[in-house]
Write a protein of this length. Sequence first.
Length: 197
Amino acid sequence: MIKAVIFDFGGVLSLKGSLLYFGEFYAKKFGGSPEEFKKLLLDNWFKARVNEISSKEFWENLAGFLKADAKAMRKEFMEFFGFNQEIFQLAKELKKSYKLAMLSNHIEDWLEEVIEEEKMREVFDVIVTSYESKLAKPDPAIYKETVEKLGVKPEECVYIDDIEKNIPPAEEMGMKAIRFKDLKQLKKELKELGVKI
């Protein structure tokens, strides 16, 4: 019996998930090498999401490479990725019957701003982030931490993520897992698992 639903953020609760697509667009905008910028972007993202470097350093390193303004870059990044109100509305509906968690690989200042703006703590019982845990998916330990904080068994959880490599650790723990594509597909698969919507 399902007692909890765990949502990823990027590409599920945000409208877009691909950092590299934006990296290419932004590098071209400033006349930089897309390949070099995308490599820098990923290197810094992997460090910032587990707090090896601060969010401030993340934005400054990227902006410095393109001789751009760090604050303006941050604003454009966040507007580009947006927030998926339809999925958030689904989460609010699910909250009536289930415990909810969000499990995200992200950088601190970006995600914390969205959490505050959208009042996500009022909806999610548990929020587990890579920057607080200093672990990142697909490390099984961060999934285990999420389930423990929810106070349920893995087999009582449904895990939702848009990235394929993040699905197997959840399934290996005993969770049901859904590879997210869109709202219609998500609702269909949740219903097939017996989740009340």
